[in-house]
Design a protein around this ligand. Structure first.
Ligand code: M6R
Length: 609
């Protein structure tokens, strides 16, 4: 989950690398480092801490120098965050420097053998094994040395490597960890994702697994690990560097919460057919007859994407009458799932790079399933390996806590429900009702966002509490899970999400005056039941923050605080109900002084198992 960036060209490398690292810091931020080639050979600077710290210790010494370099921001897997474990890693003779994202699974065995052969290691990392191997093989052909070393390792890697005596060449390679190459005019960049590149060029190559790329300022060549030439396709990045800025908001998370009226609109643009009461999802690459034949759907995802999948299950079973199962990707990949020819598998992932989801995708493909994707990042590995799918078009999501991607996923799942529902169960007029309600969601989200100050005032009251319960039923049970996840991720407050009625089977024991409950109590089929649950909390001295439907004055009798949201049809209510929970989590974390966009121990894109 680390971030990698490299540059070779006619400009000074240092500012490009440091700026690139800042863009990638969401991938990991416990240490950072940079390697450049100057007249004396490799010049490596690294330390524990964030990119700003690296900048402060290198600013004076690195300016005005080399036109080639590689850099790294780390999310520790093997070895604690420390100076010695930071990347870049060099071989013992300082011939080459390497930055690595991924895990070398057979590193312990390789390391023992290298130590027996007299190699001195200076870190506890798996990555250094690769650096030492490349150093052993390097004489004057860096690409060949990298290729030989990679043939010995088992595991995943996205790497960039430079050699002390070659001030123009970078070698990159990938297997299981993303790498994208920026093709400029007399300059080339390489990075873990396009956000580190887009300011310099919009022309990119997405490397595939087992590809090696040799970069020089004015040329590149791509080969496979076993040395077959590849004609790599150049893609155009369709979003602007501006979308990577905070745009006046204090944090990316807040900016992304406030972007949701537009991102939801973008997810349905050109796809929602209101007058026909259906949707059009061309990317699925399935003809309508194939979709009609589906008898079961499996959604596979992790984290927030898994919560979106749960809402999708409710929607599709309710409206389209197709049985749906929702699987944690990390479990699915090691089970022996039953997938027959009438089962459609969807993998859902914002980043499109989540290792568990990718492995689940591959497992389903091996079983012969048609696997479709619901992804945000265009050109991501999941997007490329699925047989078809739907992009979210939410733009880059930088905050580690996923917000706008979640509502975009729900929007796409609503469109899918509409499409499948119209083929099977629902009439034209029911389809028009759902489609019309969906088209009104962005404006309703705007209305909820206007309550930001009210939500912050509730956050002020509860910011010091250390335990929260989130309860919801039916469509809003997954929203309770998502609200709790948001709070724990960014504020480090313990929060549990539960189906409201399940509370009495255990968690009710936790309730006292110090444990507030956030309860989704919308005017829907389970409203009365949820009111009973609220009373159960009240009876035990707990205080209730209710998310309620506009106009429901009755709820004020039961809940200490109420956040109202506009009414919509039940299946779309999660799109609205989650917004106050995102804001509540954000404000509690801000009041507690937490690092909202880069919470401890987390990374945006979880590319390790
Ligand atoms: O990129 P993905 O959607 O595959 O990521 C899945 C989870 O890692 C992700 O949703 C994670 O739970 C977020 N930090 C939630 O805010």
């Amino acid at each position: 989950m680390c971030g990698i960036v490299g540059y070779t060209g006619f400009r000074e490398a240092y500012p490009i690398l440091i700026e690139g690292l800042s863009m990638l810091e969401y991938r990991g931020y416990d240490s950072a480092g940079i390697a450049m080639i100057n007249d004396q050979g490799l010049s490596v600077h690294k330390d524990k801490g964030k990119v700003d710290h690296l900048r402060s210790i290198t600013n004076q010494i690195c300016q005005g120098g080399p036109k080639i370099g590689i850099a790294h921001t780390r999310w520790a897997t093997h070895g604690a965050p420390s100076l010695i474990n930071s990347h870049p890693h060099c071989d013992q003779n300082n011939k080459i420097a390497l930055v690595h994202n991924g895990i070398i699974e057979n590193y312990a065995r390789l390391k023992d053998k290298l130590i027996d052969d007299g190699i001195r290691f200076s870190s506890e990392t798996d990555s250094e094994v690769l650096a030492q191997l490349i150093g052993i093989y390097y004489e004057d052909d860096l690409e060949m040395a990298v290729r030989r070393a990679l043939l010995e390792v088992v595991g995943t890697f996205g790497i960039a490597v430079v050699a002390h005596d070659n001030p123009t060449e970078i070698i990159g390679a990938r297997k299981g960890s993303p790498l994208v190459v920026g093709v400029g005019e007399n300059e080339m960049l390489i990075a873990s994702d396009a956000s580190a590149i887009v300011r310099h060029t919009k022309k990119v190559i997405y490397l595939k697994d087992n590809n090696i790329i040799k970069l020089r300022p004015d040329q590149y060549s791509v080969t496979t690990l076993d040395n077959h030439k590849i004609n790599a396709e150049i893609h155009n990045i369709e979003w602007d560097a501006d979308s990577l800025a905070k745009g006046g908001f204090e944090h990316f998370m807040l900016k992304e919460i406030f972007e949701q009226p537009e991102t939801i609109e973008n997810a349905m643009r050109g796809r929602l057919l209101i007058s026909e009461g259906t949707s059009r999802l061309d990317g699925l690459n399935l003809v309508l007859q194939e979709l009609r034949g589906i008898q079961r759907i499996i959604f596979v995802a992790c984290g927030t994407s898994w919560h979106a999948a749960l809402v999708g299950e409710f929607m599709i079973e309710d409206i389209a009458g197709i049985p749906v199962e929702v699987e944690y990707a990390s479990e699915f990949r090691y089970r022996n799932p039953i997938i027959d020819s009438h089962t459609l598998v969807f993998v859902i992932s914002q980043s499109g790079e989540t290792a568990d989801t990718l492995a689940a995708l591959r497992e389903a493909s091996h079983k012969g399933a048609t696997v479709l994707g619901i992804c945000n990042v265009v050109g991501s590995t999941i997007a490329r390996e699925t047989h078809g799918g739907v992009y979210l078009h939410a733009g880059p999501e930088i905050g580690v806590a996923s917000t706008k991607a979640f509502t975009s996923q729900l929007t796409v799942l609503s469109l899918l429900t509409l499409l499948l529902g119209r083929m099977r169960r629902i009439s034209h007029s029911d389809g028009v009702t759902i489609a019309t309600a969906l088209s009104k969601i962005p404006e309703k989200v705007r209305q909820i966002l206007k309550q930001n100050d009210h939500i912050r005032s509730i956050a002020e009251i509860y910011a010091k509490h250390n335990n929260f319960l989130y309860l919801g039923r039916s469509y809003n049970f997954p929203v309770a899970l998502e609200g709790a996840l948001k709070l724990k991720e960014i504020s480090y407050v313990h929060a549990e999400g539960y189906p409201a009625a399940e509370m009495k089977h255990g968690p009710i024991a936790l309730i006292d005056k110090d444990m507030p409950s956030v309860i989704l109590a919308l005017k829907d089929a389970v409203y009365d039941k949820v009111i009973s649950n609220i009373q159960e909390v009240n009876a035990r001295g707990g205080s209730v923050i209710a998310i309620a439907s506009e106009g429901d004055t009755n709820i004020q009798k039961y809940a200490r605080h109420v956040i109202y949201i506009p009414e919509t049809i039940a299946m779309l209510s999660p799109l609205l109900a989650v917004i106050p929970l995102q804001l509540l989590a954000y404000h509690i974390a801000a009041i507690r002084g937490c690092e909202i966009d880069q919470p401890r121990n987390l990374a945006k894109s979880v590319t390790v198992e």
